[in-house]
Design a protein around this ligand. Structure first.
Ligand SMILES: Nc1ncnc2c1ncn2[C@@H]1O[C@H](COP(=O)(O)OP(=O)(O)OP(=O)(O)O)[C@@H](O)[C@H]1O
Ligand SMILES: [Mg+2]
Length: 588
C-alpha cells in the first residue's frame, strides 16, 4: 500500500521540482535583466557625471588627473580620456600589457561613432564592457571619455544571484517536501488502513478494525468500514450460532438422519445414524447411496422417492450385528421453493423397544390367559366329574375337592401377584420411605420361611459385616424382595441344601447376597428370568406353585429403590442374587 503514498509523493515532488525550476529560471532571468539594466544605467549616469566634470573643469586642456584617478577609484572602473582622433590623453590603468587591445577597441569604437548600434556602449567579447561619452567644448567634440568594466564582475554577481536563488528554492523545496509528506501521510494513512481492513474483510477476517481519529471524509470512510466490519461480524456470529444450533440439532436428534443430494451422493449423516448402523463417515460421505447403504430395502426406498418425488413412511426390520432392529423410516424428497430438486432426506426412527413392548404385551395376554385357563379347566373338569356322580363316592369327593381348593389357591395367588405387579408398575407408584435395618428384615423373612426350609431340610444362614445395616427404603416392599428371593432359593434347592444371605454394609450402599446350593441355571436364561411368567423349567416350577411373576416383582421394586440386581449361576451348583441398595434415597 506504500505504493499509493509513494506515487502521490513522486507526483508531488515532480510537480514541485518543475514549478521551482521554472520559477528559478524565470526569476533568475528577471533578476539578471534587472541587474544588467541597473548596471548599465549606473555606468551611463557615471559617465555623464565624469564628462560633465571634465567639461566644467576646463576640458581636455586643463585635465585634473588626480581628480579623475580618484573618481576612477570611487567608481571602481577604468577611465580613459582620448582626444577626438583617438589619441589617449589620460588612462587610469597604467598596465601596459592590455594597452594595445584597449587602444584598438577605442579606435574601433570611435570609427563606428554615429552609427545606431554603437550608441554609448560596446562589449568586447564576454570580457569587457565599454561606455563612452563625448566631451563637448564650445559646441565642438573635444574628445571622449571611456569607462571600461570587466564582465567578470558581473558574472560573479550573476553567480551569486543563482546561488541565492538555488539555496532559497532548495530550502523552499525541502520545506514543501517535509510538509507535503506530512500532509499526504495524514490523508493517505487512513485510506491505507481502510484499504487493509477491507482486504482483511474480503479474506473473511471480520475482527479487523481501522482507526477513527479524523472527522473529515477519511474519518467517515474509516467509520463506515468499521461499521461494515461490525455488521459483518454480527452477521457472521448469528450465522455461526444458527449453524451451531442446526448442527447440534441434527447431530443430537434421537433419530438417524441421512441426506442424499440430487445426484445420489450422501452429503450428511448424523451421530445417531453412525452409532445405530456402526458406519464410518469417511466410508459414507460423498459416496453413491446404493454403493454404501448395505440394506437393499433402504436403497430401493430412496430409489422410489427419486422416481415418485413423494414422501414415504415405512416400517422395516434391519439385521444389525447380531440383532434384528425395527425402524420407522421417513423418506422425504427435498424440493426447494422454486421447484428445484435438492435430494432426499431419510429419517430412521428406531422402534425396536416399542415392538418389543408390543410383543411383551401380546405374550403377557397369552400367558395370563394360559395361566388362568389351566386351573379353571381343572376346577371345571373336577366339578363336572363330581356333578356327574363322583360326589357320591366320598373318597373321590374329598380328593377332587382338595384339587379344586388347590387350584383355587393357585388362581388366587396368581391374581394377587398380577394385581401386585400392576400396582408396582403403575405410573406414580410411591414408596413409603423409612429407615430400616436390613439384618432385621432378613431375619424376619427367615422366620417366615423357616417352616418351608425345615420341610426340605434346608439350612438358612445369615452373615453380616455389621450389627445393623440401616438404609432408607420401603420396609414392606423390600421384605417382599427378600421373601421372593429366599422362596426361590428354597424352591430351587434340593433337600439338605444351604441358603445363605450375606449383608455387606458399605459407606454409601448396602449389598445383600442371596446364595443357594441349588439347581442353578444356564447363563442364557439369566436375562429372561425377570420377565413376567418366565420360568426355566416350566413343569417343575408349576409343580412348586410358581407363576413366574416373583422376579418380575423383585426387579420392579429394586428399580423403584434405584438399586441394582445381578445374578450369577451355575447349573447344579447354585445361584447368587446380588442386590445393591443406596443407603440414602430421595422420594420422588
Ligand atoms: N434360586 C434359583 N435357582 C434356580 N433357578 C431359579 C432361582 N430363582 C429363580 N429361578 C428360575 O427363575 C424363574 C423365575 O422365577 P420367579 O420367581 O419369577 O418365578 P417362580 O418362582 O417360578 O414363580 P413365583 O411367581 O411364584 O415366584 C423360576 O421359574 C426358576 O426357573
Ligand atoms: Mg419365585
Amino acid at each position: 500500500m506504500t505504493k499509493y503514498r509513494t506515487r502521490l509523493l513522486v507526483a508531488l515532488i515532480t510537480l514541485i521540482i518543475v514549478v521551482l525550476l521554472s520559477l528559478g529560471i524565470v526569476l533568475g532571468q528577471l533578476f539578471k535583466n534587472h541587474y544588467l539594466n541597473n548596471f548599465n544605467e549606473r555606468l551611463k549616469n557615471e559617465i555623464s557625471i565624469v564628462s560633465y566634470f571634465v567639461e566644467n573643469t576646463g576640458g581636455l586642456s586643463s585635465l585634473s588627473e588626480n581628480d579623475i584617478e580618484e573618481i576612477s577609484e570611487e567608481l571602481n572602473t577604468r577611465i580613459t580620456i582620448v582626444d577626438s582622433n583617438g589619441g589617449i590623453q589620460f588612462d587610469t590603468e597604467s598596465d601596459t600589457t592590455e594597452k594595445a587591445r584597449h587602444v584598438d577597441i577605442i579606435k574601433k569604437v570611435l570609427s563606428g561613432i554615429g552609427q545606431d548600434e554603437t550608441e554609448g556602449k560596446y562589449s568586447y567579447g564576454n570580457q569587457l564592457q565599454y561606455f563612452w561619452e563625448a566631451i563637448d567644448r564650445n559646441g565642438q567634440t573635444e574628445g571622449y571619455i571611456f569607462l571600461a568594466t570587466k564582465v567578470n564582475e558581473m558574472r560573479q554577481a550573476y553567480n551569486q544571484l543563482w546561488w541565492i536563488l538555488s539555496i532559497s528554492l532548495g530550502l523552499a523545496f525541502l520545506v514543501i517536501i517535509l510538509l507535503g509528506t506530512r500532509i499526504t501521510s495524514r490523508y493517505t494513512k487512513p485510506i491505507e488502513s481502510a484499504t487493509n481492513v477491507a482486504i482483511e474483510l474480503a479474506k473473511g477476517n471480520y475482527r479487523a478494525r481501522t482507526y477513527e481519529d479524523h472527522i473529515d471524509e477519511t474519518g467517515m470512510l474509516s467509520a463506515s468500514i468499521n461499521i461494515l466490519a461490525r455488521n459483518l461480524q454480527d452477521l457472521m456470529k448469528s450465522q455461526e450460532m444458527q449453524q451451531d444450533r442446526l448442527s447440534t440439532l441434527i447431530e443430537n436428534v434421537g433419530s438417524g438422519l441421512i441426506l442424499i443430494d440430487k445426484r445420489g451422493y450422501i452429503n450428511l449423516i448424523n451421530k445417531t445414524y453412525k452409532e445405530t448402523f456402526q458406519v464410518e463417515p469417511a466410508e459414507y460421505l460423498y459416496k453413491l447411496y446404493y454403493e454404501v447403504i448395505e440394506h437393499k430395502e433402504i436403497s430401493s426406498l430412496v430409489e422410489e422417492i427419486f422416481m415418485t418425488e413423494k414422501k414415504i413412511k415405512k416400517q422395516v426390520v434391519l439385521p444389525l450385528a447380531i440383532e434384528r432392529r425395527y425402524f420407522e423410516v421417513y423418506g422425504v424428497p427435498v424440493i426447494s421453493m422454486n421447484n428445484v430438486w435438492k435430494g432426499v432426506l431419510l429419517v430412521f426412527h428406531e422402534i425396536t423397544e416399542l415392538k418389543k413392548l408390543e410383543q411383551v404385551r401380546k405374550d403377557f395376554v397369552a400367558n395370563v390367559s394360559h395361566e388362568l385357563k389351566t386351573p379353571i379347566t381343572s376346577i371345571k373338569g373336577f366339578s363336572e366329574t363330581l356333578l356327574d356322580g363322583a360326589m357320591n363316592d366320598k373318597q373321590a369327593l374329598e380328593a377332587f375337592l382338595t384339587i379344586i381348593l388347590n387350584e383355587s389357591d393357585r388362581l388366587q395367588s396368581l391374581v394377587e401377584d398380577l394385581l401386585e405387579l400392576s400396582r408396582i408398575e403403575q405410573h406414580g407408584f410411591i414408596l413409603k420411605l423409612e429407615k430400616l435395618d436390613l439384618n432385621q428384615q432378613i431375619s424376619e423373612a427367615f422366620t417366615m420361611l423357616e417352616a418351608s426350609a425345615a420341610e426340605k431340610n434346608i439350612t438358612l444362614d445369615l452373615k453380616t459385616n455389621s450389627s445393623s445395616a440401616v438404609i432408607t427404603g420401603d420396609v414392606n416392599r423390600l421384605k417382599q424382595v427378600f421373601i421372593n428371593l429366599l422362596t426361590n432359593a428354597i424352591t430351587y434347592t434340593p433337600n439338605g441344601g444351604l441358603v445363605a444371605v450375606e449383608v455387606i454394609d458399605l459407606p454409601d450402599d448396602a449389598i445383600v447376597k442371596v446364595k443357594d446350593t441349588g439347581i442353578g441355571m444356564e447363563k442364557s436364561e439369566i436375562p429372561r428370568i425377570f420377565e413376567r411368567f418366565y420360568r426355566v423349567d416350566k413343569a417343575r416350577s408349576r409343580n412348586s406353585g410358581g407363576t413366574g411373576l416373583g422376579l418380575a416383582i423383585v426387579k420392579h421394586i429394586m428399580e423403584a429403590h434405584k438399586g441394582t440386581i445381578e445374578v450369577q449361576s451355575e447349573v447344579g451348583k447354585g445361584t447368587v442374587f446380588t442386590l445393591k441398595l443406596k443407603k440414602e434415597m430421595e422420594n420422588n
